[in-house]
Design a protein around this ligand. Structure first.
Ligand code: PLP
Length: 358
């Protein structure tokens, strides 16, 4: 496969700009020196703007799942209840992680179905330490009601732990306004950096809730905060990934989050319009509080065709899209349009897809 001539249209990892790649080949620096601290502070300041938060923000050398586990591993003790909202693979992952640390109260919807807020309220009213939800459920192409769940979490005094892995940096995500106590994003998604880092914001309320005797060791968020206050990380960070992240975040800042969110929403809307014109149905079942994802579009495979065959046929044309994951394998196909994906890339993908489906 000619990597230079391949178009990545999957929901992460996404293409990274040449200057991001170049930054990663710089000579190593002392991770305890001034140069690293300056880079750390620069990244943190940009990320706080993207998250729209004044909360503490930590950068973890580990993918999105590491920060999901840090969030639950630090706040949830064995008798604590966690309402785990699931309508896709990553909601299921939050539930599975929560099972390792506390008592899960599962709130499961069919993958791709909308979250029913009345049921969320019912579960929260029975008392829980936290509620988990994936804002943008990548596996199903659905955007879940973060603001509304934030309000319910506040009403019932539960921590709101949100996976923003494929929304933060792509959507207008308001961590503070929505009352998100812990929010997580992955480097390889909407901010268009290479895979390997995750970023996590933590409210004071969430830190106060970290009362358990034994916090995880590598993913101890209190240790991350203590180091972050000194512009450091507790353990040796993935320095080349920080070099790349800093450049990627500068690109986000140059574009501006408002323009970036608008561009990504427009790109996803263009994909949906094309699907409609081709007679291809979208996969998610929306209600009044959910929406189609602005960063990854999930479509039902047309009758008699497997989503995996569509993916393979597109790969032959040098365009990498995604199939369905786990129980959705074969049933759907997905096109990622997050990060710095340009309108011309979306147009080319639509054109080639039309030829594949004919
Ligand atoms: N959450 C969501 C919504 C995702 O899309 C992903 C990855 O695709 C993850 C979590 C897991 O992130 P990672 O693979 O970086 O650990």
């Amino acid at each position: 496969m000619d990597l230079e001539d391949t178009l990545l249209m999957m929901p992460g990892p996404v293409p990274v700009a040449p200057k991001v790649l170049r930054a990663m080949s710089k000579p190593m620096i002392n991770h305890r020196g001034k140069e690293f601290s300056a880079m750390f502070d620069d990244c943190t300041a940009m990320l706080k703007e993207i998250f729209q938060t004044q909360n503490d923000l930590m950068i973890v050398s580990g993918s999105g799942t590491a920060s999901m586990e840090a969030a639950l591993g630090c706040t949830i003790d064995k008798d604590d209840k966690v309402v785990a909202i699931e309508n896709g693979k990553f909601g299921e992952r939050f539930k599975d992680i929560a099972t390792r640390y506390g008592q899960v109260v599962p709130l499961e919807f069919e993958w791709g179905q909308s979250v029913d807020l009345e049921l969320v309220e019912e579960k929260l009213s029975e008392g829980a330490k936290a509620v988990t939800m994936v804002h943008n459920e990548t596996s199903a192409g659905i955007r879940n009601p973060a603001e509304e769940v934030g309000k319910l979490a506040k009403k019932y005094d539960a921590l709101f732990i949100m996976d923003g892995v494929t929304s933060i940096g792509g959507d207008d995500v308001k961590v503070d306004e929505w009352g998100v106590d812990i929010a997580v994003v992955g480097s390889q998604k909407c901010v268009a950096a290479p895979p390997g880092l995750s970023m996590i914001s933590v409210s004071e309320r969430a830190f106060d809730a970290m009362t358990k005797e034994n916090l995880p060791y590598y993913l101890d968020l209190k240790a991350y905060k203590k180091s972050a206050d000194k512009s450091q990380t507790p353990y040796t960070p993935a320095v080349p990934l920080f070099f790349g992240l800093q450049e990627a975040l500068k690109i986000v800042m140059e574009e501006g989050m408002e323009a970036r969110a608008k561009r990504q929403a427009t790109g996803a809307a263009a994909i949906r319009a094309a699907m409609d014109a081709m007679g291809v149905e979208m996969f998610p079942q929306l209600n009044e509080v959910s929406g189609y994802s602005n960063t990854v579009s999930a479509m039902k495979a047309p009758e008699g065709v497997s989503g995996n065959d569509i993916k393979s046929a597109m790969m032959e044309k040098g365009i990498i899209i995604a199939g369905g994951q786990n129980r959705l394998s074969g049933q759907i196909f997905r096109i990622g349009s997050m990060g710095n994906v340009a309108p011309k890339d979306i147009m080319l993908t639509i054109q080639e897809l039309e030829l594949v489906l004919k």
